[in-house]
Design a protein. Structure first.
Length: 180
């Protein structure tokens, strides 16, 4: 193994020193307000990873990870590092603890989300496929994300873009917005 030390290769750093975004989402209002207590650090993006995404995510008390959703093509994985979030998995709920993990297989149609119903903070690692808009590369082209409880569907259609639709108010042609 060679030492590839150069200015192109980042040095190891504390995950908590990677810039974070609070409440950033592709959701339109009023849904965007639901994730305002979520802080994400895009660890994989920091290191220039292009085959999968890794996020260190923090949920304040009362916050949710995302709207309950399922993916048609994208697998996801979580590992709880701190706190006791509730995993909402379809119609079931499970209280998770540090060290617990779960994998969300694509195409099952089972919606999932984490909810912090505790009085403490929750921190977890999330790993999954992801789009990299600035590279104009989308590794989950054709993925559909259903938000059954919120009457939304997101479709990966164009390279590095998503279209979000309401599913019953006007059918698939009831366009809400597009994100590049």
């Amino acid at each position: 193994m060679t030492n590839r030390s150069s200015s192109l290769v980042p040095s190891p750093i504390s995950a908590k020193s990677i810039p974070a975004t609070m409440g950033k989402t592709i959701y339109p209002e009023p849904y965007a307000a639901l994730v305002k207590g979520r802080l994400k650090r895009k660890l994989g993006e920091y290191f220039g990873l292009t085959n999968f995404g890794v996020n260190l995510t923090h949920l304040n008390p009362g916050a949710i990870s995302a709207l309950a959703h399922n993916h048609s093509k994208q697998d996801e994985f979580i590992l709880i590092l701190e706190g006791t979030p509730t995993l909402v998995l379809g119609k079931e709920e499970f209280v998770l603890h540090p060290g617990d993990c779960y994998g969300f297989k694509a195409g099952t149609g089972i919606a999932h989300q984490l909810v912090n119903r505790s009085e403490g903070n929750v921190t977890y690692l999330e790993i999954g496929d992801r789009a990299v808009p600035r590279l104009r590369r989308d590794r989950t082209q054709g993925d559909e994300v259903e938000y059954l409880n919120d009457d939304l569907i997101a479709r990966q259609k164009l390279i590095a873009s998503r279209e979000i639709y309401r599913t019953s108010f006007g059918g698939d042609n009831a366009f809400i917005f597009i994100v590049f």
